[in-house]
Design a protein around this ligand. Structure first.
Ligand code: FES
Ligand code: FES
Length: 165
């Protein structure tokens, strides 16, 4: 969606470890800013009502629905998106676990699932299944591939523990 109207202001925040400064409007959502102004198409948009979780990003290490966060709310914050985790040739441990377990079908929920997993494992390196289910419940997989997603999170946790991460 094009940038929404509203008073303009200068926004400064950190995106995937890089300081960002840009002019935007008070009505622009973080999701629109990432997708339209930062080429961040890994952040998906679906419901745009903080219901489905497809647009999940980490703000100061907390998962948030970026469709329902105004850009001005991330001033001076640290924002992480899936683009900041790894590359095709060098994926993060969580990305690799999702790929190795085929934990996606259409892939629309996958960036959010991976970011939720990163945040979960930062808090609890050995979560049980109830914890994993609870943590990813904010992101709806329309392809209902939850069994493989669950296995991917378990696998990511194992790999990170073995690597001492
Ligand atoms: S698009 Fe943001 S929660 Fe659905
Ligand atoms: S893989 Fe299609 S929505 Fe989850």
């Amino acid at each position: 969606m094009p940038e929404r109207l509203g008073p303009r202001f200068d926004l400064a925040f950190t995106l995937n470890g890089t300081p960002v400064g840009m002019a935007t409007t008070t009505a622009t959502t973080l999701a629109d800013l990432l997708r339209e102004r930062r080429d961040g198409r890994g952040t998906k948009l679906a419901c745009e009502r903080a219901v489905c979780g497809a647009c999940t990003v980490l703000i100061d290490d907390v998962p948030r629905a970026s469709c329902s966060v105004f850009a001005f709310e991330v001033a001076d914050s640290d924002v992480r998106t899936v683009e900041g985790l790894g590359t095709g040739g060098e994926p993060s441990a969580v990305q690799a676990a999702f790929a190795d377990n085929s934990a996606f079908q259409c892939g629309f929920c996958t960036a959010g699932m991976i970011l939720l997993t990163e945040a979960l494992l930062a808090r609890d390196p050995d979560p049980d299944d109830a914890m994993i289910r609870d943590w990813i419940s904010s992101n709806i997989c329309r392809c209902t591939g939850y069994a493989l997603i669950l296995e991917a999170v378990r696998e990511a946790a194992r790999r990170k523990r073995e690597a001492g991460e």
